[in-house]
Design a protein around this ligand. Structure first.
Ligand code: 5GP
Length: 355
């Protein structure tokens, strides 16, 4: 399946801190170990473990945040994550991250996001287009030769389920202020066993009323009432949907809400017991819009190419069908029409290889 790596791909569900390279995480942890801030050997064990329940994943995120949350590191990991995606021929990336506040190091949600933007601006190995079309001088066609990889990047600001309504609202207002630097929407994520839908709803509604796109982590644990309430909100996309029941599928399908599918993540966290019963198969058969994504390529030791290979092997997709599936992701992006058109051209110019 060597054809998967060069195939243009779209990534719509990637968390910044979950996509940190293991090598970077270990390097940063070693430095903190030397300073006596953490016990490196303990951290090394956690980082190198592959078997992770959902609960362990969230403990790992707390550890990652301890190691990564300063402005310089946020800038560095943003640069590395975008480069890594571009190098495996991801042509459009929606990168999500939770703006963080930490008074002890002078970090506000805004300064955290500015560090992310600085990371995007600092990339020189590949061409990055991250500002909204109206503000960029001109959008170029990525297929216009030169051999340099080019990636469109848009940002989603995540609300963590541990946050209050006020804090969630602060994130939404920040997103609105940062639209001119590529912020297109809001994500709701964080430990699904924590927090109530009603806490986040006012901020999410405000975001929607102000034309931000919304994607929700939904159905990662059995919570029928919340799943129905989330679907009634009509988000622009949902992620995971592992514990949806018949009535949820009916609603999702009738609203044509695209689903971000994260195969390795769902299997590793045991949200789905085995790949053969993954809802990918049913949604794909029903021609429901879906997008293959990584979730956290660092934490789950995967790549987007690997996720596509897994889908090909598990569900018997052919080369042409896989290409069509990747291309269909364009419609589910939160990008401006001009960018969607450019993405269409990129896929069209690659299509002779995949028919
Ligand atoms: P960050 O927002 O710090 O860049 O990325 C890590 C954060 O994304 C985690 O702390 C968590 O809130 C969220 N996240 C990452 N992976 C998952 C997942 O599989 N499910 C949920 N619900 N949240 C996740």
């Amino acid at each position: 399946m060597e054809w998967i790596h060069p195939m243009p791909k779209i990534e719509l569900h990637a968390h910044l801190n979950g996509s940190i390279r293991d090598s970077t995480l270990l390097e940063l942890a070693r430095v903190l170990g030397e300073k006596g801030v953490i016990e490196f050997a303990d951290v090394e064990n956690v980082i190198q473990k592959n078997d992770r329940s959902l609960d362990e994943v969230f403990k790992l995120f707390d550890l990652i945040h301890m190691i990564t949350t300063d402005h310089q590191t946020v800038t560095r990991i943003t640069r590395e994550v975008v480069q890594d995606f571009a190098l495996e021929n991801v042509v459009y990336l929606e990168l999500r991250t939770t703006p963080k506040k930490n008074d002890s190091i002078g970090m506000s949600k805004r300064s955290y996001m500015e560090a992310v933007i600085k990371g995007l601006r600092s990339i020189s190995e590949v061409d990055v287009e991250f500002v909204a079309a109206t503000d960029s001088e001109k959008l170029h066609n990525s297929c216009d030769g030169g051999g340099r990889k080019k990636i469109y990047v848009r940002l989603l600001l995540s609300i963590d389920r541990r946050e209050t309504t006020e804090s969630a609202m602060e994130t939404v207002k920040l997103a609105l202020e940062m639209r001119n630097v590529g912020v297109v929407g809001i994500d709701l994520s964080g430990n699904p066993l924590v927090g109530e839908w009603s806490t986040f709803l006012p901020a999410l509604q405000f975001a929607k009323d102000n034309d931000l796109y919304i994607t929700l982590h939904s159905g990662e644990v059995p919570n029928p009432k919340e799943i129905q309430a989330m679907l009634d909100f009509k988000p622009h996309r949902v992620g995971h949907a592992c514990f949806f029941k018949d009535q949820d599928w009916e609603k999702l399908k009738s609203f044509r809400i695209p689903v971000e599918i994260c195969l390795s993540s769902n299997i590793i966290t045991k949200s789905i017991s085995s790949i053969d019963i993954h809802h990918f198969a049913d949604l794909y058969k029903a021609k429901h819009p879906l997008i293959i994504c990584t979730d956290d390529f660092g934490v789950f030791s995967t790549t987007l190419s690997n996720e596509y290979s897994l889908a090909v092997r598990s569900f018997g997709l052919g080369k042409r069908e896989t290409f069509a599936l990747a291309k269909s992701g364009i419609d589910a992006t939160f990008a401006e029409d001009e960018v969607k058109q450019q993405l269409g051209l990129i896929f069209d110019s690659a299509s002779p290889e995949y028919v």
